[in-house]
Design a protein around this ligand. Structure first.
Ligand SMILES: CC(C)(COP(=O)(O)OP(=O)(O)OC[C@H]1O[C@@H](n2cnc3c(N)ncnc32)[C@H](O)[C@@H]1OP(=O)(O)O)[C@@H](O)C(=O)NCCC(=O)NCCS
Length: 109
């Protein structure tokens, strides 16, 4: 959960199974975007996953979601695959991979 002035502005959820982590949800309130909350939430998720023993984190993002794709790219994500017509609007999902350092540091963030 990310807060500003005590109010929640966004949240992220993930899970870890053995050495692999997955981002389930990441969202920041529209009024609070471009303030660093999304990147902070992702870094917190990466740190938490690394602390639980994960070495890689995977996520799916619409190829049309420029904001999220740029955020993940800045965190060092690389493309690991593509799910064709994954979303209801027919767009593809990109499967991205983030390599987690043992201490959870996010390169390039
Ligand atoms: C994607 C999302 C979580 C980003 O949250 P945010 O708090 O705005 O992100 P940040 O402020 O931490 O931005 C970090 C970087 O991401 C990129 N970014 C974020 N929003 C962007 C936008 N609208 N356009 C282009 N780049 C963007 C930028 O590189 C930005 O760094 P900068 O502001 O220094 O240029 C937010 O837009 C959101 O909730 N979107 C709807 C839900 C969603 O798409 N979730 C992801 C599903 S996979």
């Amino acid at each position: 959960m990310a807060t500003r002035g005590g109010d929640p502005v966004g949240f992220a959820m993930g899970r870890v199974a053995a050495q692999e982590a997955e981002v389930l949800t990441l969202a920041v309130h529209p009024a609070a975007r471009r303030g660093g909350a999304g990147a902070a939430l992702m870094r917190a998720l990466m740190t938490a996953a690394a602390q639980r023993g994960a070495s890689d984190m995977f996520l799916e993002v619409s190829e049309q979601n420029a904001a999220a794709r740029r955020l993940y790219a800045r965190l060092g994500a690389t493309e690991a695959g593509r799910r064709r017509r994954y979303y209801p609007d027919g767009s593809d999902a990109l499967v991205l991979r983030l390599a987690l350092s043992p201490c959870g540091a996010a390169p390039g963030a």
